[in-house]
Ligand binder design. Sequence first.
Ligand code: NAG
Ligand code: NAG
Length: 458
Amino acid sequence: MKIVSLLLTLVCVMTFKVTHAKIGYFWHITDFHYDPLYTAQGDTRRHCRRADERGSSGHHRALGRLGDYSCDSSLELIQSALRYMRTRHSENVEFVLWTGDIVADQYSSNEDNRYQAIRNVTELLRMTFSSHFVFPVLGHTDPAPSETLTNLWSHWLPMEALQTLKNGGYYTIEQSHSKLRIVALNTNLFSLGEANGVHARRQWEWLDQVLEKATTNNEMVYIVGHAAPGSDSRYNAYSVDANTKYLRLVRRHARIIAGQFFGHLHVDTFRVIYDKEQPVSWAFLAPSVSPHHDPAGSSNPGLRLYKFDSDNGKVLDYTQFYLDLAVANRAGAGAGAGAVAGAEWVAEYNLTQYYVLRDVSAESLHHLADKLRIGTTQEMTMFYKYLRAYNVRHESADNCDGACAHQHFCAITCLEHIAYRQCVEAAASALAASGRSASLTAPLVNMILTLIISIVVL
Ligand SMILES: *[C@@H]1O[C@H](CO)[C@@H](O)[C@H](O)[C@H]1NC(C)=O
Ligand SMILES: *[C@@H]1O[C@H](CO)[C@@H](O)[C@H](O)[C@H]1NC(C)=O
C-alpha cells in the first residue's frame, strides 16, 4: 500500500514537472506606416507634411513631434516605440512578429524611396533586436517580393525561408528548441486582385504541404500575416474564394494551430473560428503603431508582448502597451528640444485579467464574444471595455450604438463573408423592429436577436 502511494506521488511530481510551462515572450508589432515626410510644422490636410509656400497660410496648429491622430508615423514615434521595447529585453523575448505596412502609402510612389525607408526601419529594428530574430511579413503597402527585399532581411531568416520569401513573399521557420513552427503568409495573395495568380496558387499548395507536414511531425503552428480573414464594416481583405479556402484550411488543421496573428485594421480585436458550432481556433489582430486609420479614424500607438509556453507554443496571455499620443505630445512640447523624452509607453491591459479569461483558447474567446452582445448592463460594460481597447483608449471609441455593437459581434464570430452580412442584417432588422437603436435592453428583443444570430452562425 505504502509503495503504491509513494509511486503515485512520484508519478504526480513527475507529471507536474513535465507539464510545467517554459515561459517565453514574443512581440507582435505591426503597421508602422512610416512617413519620412511627417513634420511637426506640417498640415493635417496633407498627411502632416509641410504645405508648399503658396496656399498654406493660416492653417497651422503646431503638431506633436511624435505624431498626430490624423497622420501616419513620424520617425520619432517609431524610435520611441523601439526604445521602449528595448527596455523589456530582460523578459526572455524570443522573437518578434512584424506584420507589414512598413511605409506610409502616401510617402512616395518611387520604388527606390520606399526601399530606402524600409531599409532605415529594418536597420532600426536590427539595432534594437541585435540578438533576436524578427519575422517580417508583407502588407499591402509593402513592395512585391524581390531579391532586394530578401537581401534586406537575410540576417533574420534561414536559406530555405529566403528562397520562398523571394519567390512568393511567404516562408516557414522551425523553432530549433521546440515543437513550434511559424508560418508567415503573404496575405496580399489572398486579395481579389491577386487571388487567381500563379503565386497565389503556389502559396496555397505550399501552405497545405507545410500544415500536413507539421501534423505528421507533431508540431504546433503559428500563422502570421498582414490581413486577417473575415469581414468588418470597412473591408474584406480576402476574395470570397480565398476567404473560404483559408477558413476551410484552418478548420482542418485547427488541432495544430496554436495561434493566428494579424494586423492591418489598426485596431485591437480578435476573431473566433467555428467548425459545426464549435469554436476551434482564434486569431488576434494587434493595433498599429501608426495613430491613423485608413480612410478615417484614429487610435493610440500600440505594441503587444505575448507570453507563451515556448515548448509547445501555447499562448498564455499578452500585455498590450500603448502610448497616449496626446499626453506624450503635451509632455514633449514642454520639454523643448529633444522632446521625445516626454513619451511614456505604458501597459494598457493584460488580456486574461482584463476580460477575466480562464485561458487563451477558442472556447474562452467564444464566451467573451458572447458577452460582447448587447444585453444586460453587465454585458454592456464588457462591450465598452472591448471598445476602449479596440481604439487603444483613443476617445473615438465611445461612438458606438446598438447596430455598431452588433457589427463588432458579427465581425468577431462570422468570418464567412455571407454569414457576416446576414449577421449584420439580422441585427439591423431586429433593431428596426424594436424601434430602438441605441440601447437594447428588452430581454425579448435580445432573445430573438440571439436566436437569429445563432441560426446565422450555424
Ligand atoms: C534613411 O537614413 C539616412 C541616413 O540616416 C537618411 O539620410 C535618409 O534621409 C533616410 N531616409 C528615409 C526615407 O528615411
Ligand atoms: C500585466 O501583468 C504583468 C505581469 O505579468 C504585470 O507586471 C503588469 O502590472 C500587468 N499590467 C496590467 C496593466 O495589469
